[in-house]
Each structure stands twice: as C-alpha cells, then as structure tokens.
Ligand binder design. Structure first.
Ligand SMILES: Nc1ncnc2c1ncn2[C@@H]1O[C@H](COP(=O)(O)OP(=O)(O)OP(=O)(O)O)[C@@H](O)[C@H]1O
Length: 245
C-alpha cells in the first residue's frame, strides 16, 4: 500500500547489513563491532544468554533503538539516517512477532487484523477483507476470525500474531522468542509455519531470537550468537554443548 518504491535489498543483495555497529541501552554498551548480513529467504536464529542483547539487536533493526555508531541497512533503509517519521515505513516492511502475542484483547481476530490495515493506510474494504482472509489462510486460521483472543490457545494466538505480521507483505520477519510461551508440540508447529513462510517464493527472511536450542537442533539453520558484547556465527557443536548444560 505504501507508495515508496525503494528496493528492499542493497547493492550487494542484502536485506540487512550491519557493519561496525555499536548497540547501546542508555549509556551501556550492549553489543559492539557488530557485523552481519542477511539475504532474502534466509532463516537465522539469534541465541545468547538472558540479557546478552538479542532483543536490543532486533530493536536496532526495527528502529526502536537508534543506530548512532557504525553502518546499518535494513529492508531499504539506512538505519544511521533513519528519521522518526520514517520508522512506521521501515516497520511496514517488517513483520514483528513477540513472545507475548500482543493482540488487542477487546476485539476479535478479524478486527485485530483490520485495525492494523487501517493504521497502515489501507482504505478499500474489499481489499482489506481479501488480505485478512489471505493471511488467515497462510497460518491455517481461516475459520477463527470471529474469535476473541482469550478464546484461542497460546499457539493459535501466536498464529494470529504471525498473520498480523504478514499483513503488509513484509520482506523480513523479526521474531523475539516467539515460542517462549508455547509447549513443545505447539512450538514445533510454529517453527514449521515460520519455515514455510521463509520458503515461499517471495524471498522473505526470518530472524528469530530464541533460547530453545532443542528447536534449533530439530530445525537447523544459520545461528548467530550474542556473547560478551559481541555477535558471532555459532557452530553446531556450541549449540550441542549448550544443550547439555
Ligand atoms: N530499556 C532499557 N533500558 C536500559 N537497559 C536495558 C533496557 N532494555 C534492556 N536493557 C539492558 O540491556 C541488556 C540487553 O538486554 P536484551 O533485552 O537486549 O537482552 P536479551 O538477550 O534479549 O535477553 P532475554 O533473553 O532476557 O530476552 C540487558 O543488560 C538489559 O538489562
């Protein structure tokens, strides 16, 4: 729906590219010398102990923490030059999913999705209805539009949160501990859904912060770790080792 036509990838074909980035919370340095890049269609896990900076890194990507040092690019935007008024446009190109679902409790599933479409500039009722049906179908929840959030299980609520994240056809999904409130079987289903979204032809990438190493074992993929204020690619052996601890 947005009129901007800037490409989501940079000259090197990356959806996200950070170089020499410093991430701060207040005056505290959370991560330094951050270097990483992500291509369309990639699925990347972000791991690290509690407080190691996973959420802070995601917040930097979605413009919640301003990038003041280093170079950053995400879904067509130069994060270093990002103006407050551009943040909604950046977020329209990203779908963000949290551990606690964050659905509006006072309205049903359909109206939760409608609310987001209206807030992001959609006007045409038929188009909005069509898009809502499409995203509900993508997450296998077509018949749950009339339900109130409290009438859904945790796994179903997270599916709706993913449907909401998909509404504006984002180039990148950022998921911060999306299985944190789900039981193992439901987590499993959610992983299959996220991988399916990533494998679609439109080249969506996913970054998922997680503590759930069992899921990484079951659904292996590129894994990046926050540790000692640094970001690095994690090896499978490290994941195996951490599982044993
Ligand atoms: N709003 C804030 N203001 C100041 N410091 C913060 C803020 N949010 C987080 N921090 C600090 O930044 C550090 C990194 O936190 P962050 O939430 O990024 O870690 P995390 O790896 O996502 O942790 P978790 O696994 O618990 O979600 C922590 O030391 C935390 O206390």
């Amino acid at each position: 729906m947005s009129k901007e036509k800037i490409p989501a990838v940079n000259d090197q074909g990356y959806l996200v590219s950070l170089s020499n980035v410093l991430v701060r919370q207040d005056e505290h340095i959370i991560l330094k010398d951050v270097e990483f890049a992500l291509k369309p269609g990639e699925f990347m896990y972000l791991i690290g102990r509690v407080g190691s900076g996973k959420s802070s890194l995601l917040k930097t990507l979605y413009g919640e923490i301003p990038l003041r040092e280093g170079e950053g690019f995400a879904v067509g935007f130069d994060l270093r030059k990002l103006k407050t008024r551009q943040v909604p446009f950046l977020r329209r190109r990203m779908g963000i999913v949290f551990q606690d679902f964050q659905l509006l409790s006072d309205r049903n599933v359909y109206d939760n999705l409608l609310f987001v479409l209206k807030a992001t500039g959609w006007k045409n009722k038929v188009e909005m209805d069509h898009r809502i049906r499409e995203v509900l179908s993508e997450v296998d929840m077509v018949h749950k539009g009339y339900k109130m959030p409290h009438q859904l299980s945790g796994g179903e609520q997270q599916r709706i949160a993913i449907a909401r994240a998909l509404l504006n056809k984002p180039d990148l999904i950022l998921a911060d501990e999306p299985t944190g409130n789900l039981d193992p079987d439901t987590s499993d289903e959610l992983m299959q859904l996220l991988h399916k979204i990533c494998k679609n032809d439109d080249g969506k990438a996913v970054i998922m912060a997680t503590h759930n190493y069992n899921l990484i074992k079951k659904y292996p993929g590129r894994t990046v770790k926050c540790e000692d204020s640094r970001l690095s690619e994690a090896q499978q052996e490290e994941i195996d080792f951490d599982l044993l601890r």
